[in-house]
Design a protein around this ligand. Structure first.
Ligand SMILES: [Zn+2]
Length: 303
């Protein structure tokens, strides 16, 4: 190999190094750019996915709130804070268990109304004491406009609205003292519709008081199964003022009967009536509430 050839080889090697180096640089630059494009794309996809997830969550939340606004179960917006789970109370009452871990709760319940002679006074007294009660409505009582207005007032003032059948007719509901499930549910549905006619389609109640009381009739296991499958509750009572027992009683007699049946019970579900002829119940309610407050009871509604 002569000097001339060696020089050519050196030049060639130099060229290879320069061209190769440049090529490698171009390749590196190219792959750097393409990698960052890929990264950018992946980042964009991630952002889009996150946006879609948030939008989906917001939509679900909106639908849930819409559903909540649509359905008013048992109470209106002013009554939600006083609502107590009627199913728990049903369970307790059916075992004759009136204990509640030391916490005293009174449920003032009014059956068979509304009436124009008793319900307005009861609503006034409840308002005066800032106390809420539960009204077990008889559907047939809603056939006149004055009663419809009273139902609306009770609902607007935060009281719970519950179902006490349409006809209140023992012969229809329990022929031969035995439940007729079809007749019974027909009556319950009719009252639900009558209440919706006043409070709007969004309203429904899951709370029922069986006319005469759940415990008084035969064949009621069938109704229990029906109610349980529909998330409904049947509420009897643990206490009463006796306004539907025997001869007509004075306000003081009603008060004494209520006090004696409340005594010793942490859960006092007090049966009273706000239908025609029960004016003395309206007259004794003020003193009863004062007494219950002094005994340390708080007041809840059945929902
Ligand atoms: Zn009744």
């Amino acid at each position: 190999m002569n000097k001339y050839t060696i020089r050519k080889l050196i030049v060639a090697a130099g060229l290879v190094a320069v061209v190769g180096g440049a090529g490698f640089g171009v390749y590196k630059t190219y792959s750097f750019i393409s990698n960052s494009i890929e990264q950018k794309k992946a980042e964009n996809i991630r952002i889009e996915e996150e946006k879609a997830r948030i939008a989906k969550e917001e939509e679900a939340k909106r639908l849930e709130e819409e559903e909540k606004a649509r359905k008013k179960i048992g109470v209106g917006p002013n009554g939600e804070a006083y609502a107590y789970d009627a199913k728990l109370v049903w369970d307790k009452l059916s075992k004759y268990d009136y204990s509640n871990n030391g916490e005293k709760i009174a449920f003032l319940t009014f059956d068979d109304g509304p009436s124009t002679t008793v319900t307005p006074k009861i609503l006034d007294t409840l308002k005066k004491h800032d106390v809420k009660g539960t009204f077990f409505i008889v559907g047939s009582q809603l056939e006149n406009d004055a009663s419809k207005e009273l139902l609306k007032q009770a609902y607007d003032e935060g009281h719970a609205i519950a179902n006490h059948s349409y006809s209140h007719d023992y012969k229809k509901l329990y022929p031969n003292r035995t439940l007729n499930l079809a007749n019974f549910m027909d009556d319950i549905n009719k009252t639900e519709k009558a209440i919706q006619g006043v409070l709007g389609e969004n309203f429904s109640t899951n709370v029922v008081r069986c006319p005469g009381g759940f415990m008084s009739w035969k064949g009621m296991d069938e109704l229990k199964t029906e109610f349980e499958s529909k998330g409904m509750a049947s509420i009897d009572w643990s206490s009463l003022n006796g306004d539907a027992e025997g001869r007509k009683k004075s306000p003081q007699e009603l008060l004494q009967r209520a006090k004696s049946t409340v005594e010793g019970k942490e859960l006092a579900v007090i049966l009273m009536h706000d239908t025609y002829g029960k004016e003395n119940t309206a007259a004794m309610l003020d003193e009863l509430i004062t007494y219950l407050k002094s005994e340390g009871y708080s007041f809840k509604t059945l929902v």
